[in-house]
Design a protein. Structure first.
Length: 438
């Protein structure tokens, strides 16, 4: 028998209402503008801007199963999942199976080990939103119309999310078209494994990107009457929001790490060893359960970057800065996924969710990056979401005064939070405060 939602993946999703993030002109865009005639953008940049403004749906962002990370096959029992998890969920419910976990009921569930612990797999199915009531107890087909509105809502949310992500992503991709200071022959594998040695090959006279007046940018627009609030001393940092925290990130290479073994080598949850579960308030435990699997996030980002580079010719390979822009794109994607699956937020209407995300996406990017540095960062370097330590001086050599100033402010905040022994519970609570603040 098939589940209620079988077959819904066959049809192409309808094009979505355009939802765009506010555009903030980057230093790279400023460089492009300075190269144009009388303040006009070069033709290639105008084309990118046009694509960004008219973007409404991204066909190349592949959906992944929220349970195990495998490729989705369609809408099954409430949301997009893969065939394997669809079948597992259906059999569990129809046969009224009861599982037990021999570990601590927190087993990692991914494509490679999703069959190891059926208890944790089923709990994850429920936590991400698969519906018990969508499974026909009599094993008969039917019921799709009953869940039609739910699927329509889910499709709309995913399309809006993709539009939101790519509205920012196209902006970042446009940046790489005007950056020529770094070598472009770095392969994804050498970038990942030889970050430190690759960075030694950077030209010493690397041209810094000039500062940009964000406020007067003629390219700044506001989406659906929404405007971004000022970010105080970190205003503009969202342009380079390079880090995330959701089990959907997946990116890249890096000509920077002196310790390749650090890749996939850290976890937010591993750093959380302070209190026993019994001493933690129930609400905090619920918030902690929403935290993504950081190793899975790293793996997805790395896989995405490898595929991204593999699809490019030798002369089209992204340089380090371009890869960092791609990383920021995927990071934002992962944060939207985290929010969408989080307690309280997932109960809101789609429009309300979008308003909240449009209001706080940059702060969430910054907060995630800063916490990563607080817990795992090293002196004189910045830890990327993929696990590489990048020398601060290397990034500084590629950026102009504006970005360097922002990075300096971020590092100061990292130092202050370290002195306060900022921990995971506080980080998670702060994330939710930011998410629900208007």
């Amino acid at each position: 028998g098939a589940g209620v939602a079988d077959g819904h993946g066959a049809s192409s999703p309808a094009r979505s209402r355009l939802v765009m993030l506010p555009k903030v002109e980057t230093e790279a865009l400023g460089l492009a503008r300075s190269n144009g005639e009388q303040g006009q953008m070069p033709e290639n940049m105008q084309v990118s801007q046009f694509k960004m403004v008219n973007y409404s749906y991204d066909e190349d962002l592949e959906e992944l199963c929220p349970v195990c990370g495998d490729k989705v096959s369609g809408y099954h029992y409430g949301l997009l999942t893969c065939e394997s998890c669809k079948g597992f969920f259906k059999r569990t419910v129809q046969n009224n199976k009861r599982y037990t976990c021999i570990e601590n009921q927190n087993c990692q569930i991914d494509k490679t080990q999703r069959k190891r612990c059926p208890y944790c797999r089923f709990q994850k199915c429920l936590s991400v939103g698969m519906k018990l009531e969508a499974v026909r107890a009599d094993r008969m087909r039917g019921g799709r119309n009953k869940f039609g509105p739910m699927y329509k809502r889910d499709r709309a949310l995913k399309q809006q999310k993709k539009a939101l992500i790519r509205a920012n992503g196209l902006k970042l991709e446009a940046m790489t078209q005007v950056i020529q200071a770094m070598p472009t022959d770095l392969t994804i594998s050498s970038a990942i494994q030889n970050i430190h040695s690759a960075s030694k090959g950077l030209p010493l006279n690397h041209t810094a990107l000039p500062p940009t007046d964000y406020d007067r940018s003629p390219f700044v627009t506001s989406p659906i009457s929404m405007t971004m609030p000022p970010h105080g001393s970190l205003q503009g940092y969202q342009t380079y929001g390079h880090f995330p925290s959701r089990a959907i990130k997946s990116e890249y290479p890096d000509p920077y790490t002196s310790s390749p073994e650090s890749i996939m080598g850290y976890s937010y949850m591993d750093s959380y060893q302070t209190s026993s579960p019994a001493s933690i308030p129930h609400l905090i435990l619920e918030l902690l359960k929403c935290e993504p699997d950081e190793p899975q996030v790293q793996a997805k980002i790395m896989a995405y970057l490898q595929q991204e580079q593999a699809n490019r010719s030798k002369h089209e390979k992204l340089n380090t800065f371009g890869l960092m822009c791609k990383m920021a794109d995927q990071t934002l994607f992962s944060i939207v996924e985290w929010a969408r699956s989080s307690i309280f937020f997932r109960e809101l209407k789609v429009d309300d969710q979008m308003k909240l995300l449009q209001n706080c996406w940059s702060e969430l990017l910054i907060l995630d990056h800063i916490y990563r540095q607080v817990v795992h960062g090293k002196e004189g370097s910045i830890l990327l979401v993929t696990g590489q330590q990048v020398d601060y001086s290397v990034i500084a050599s590629q950026a102009g005064a504006t970005l360097n100033n922002l990075m300096s402010h971020a590092q100061e905040l990292v130092a202050k939070l370290r002195s306060l022994q900022f921990d995971l519970r506080e980080f998670v609570c702060l994330k939710f405060l930011v998410l629900f603040s208007l």
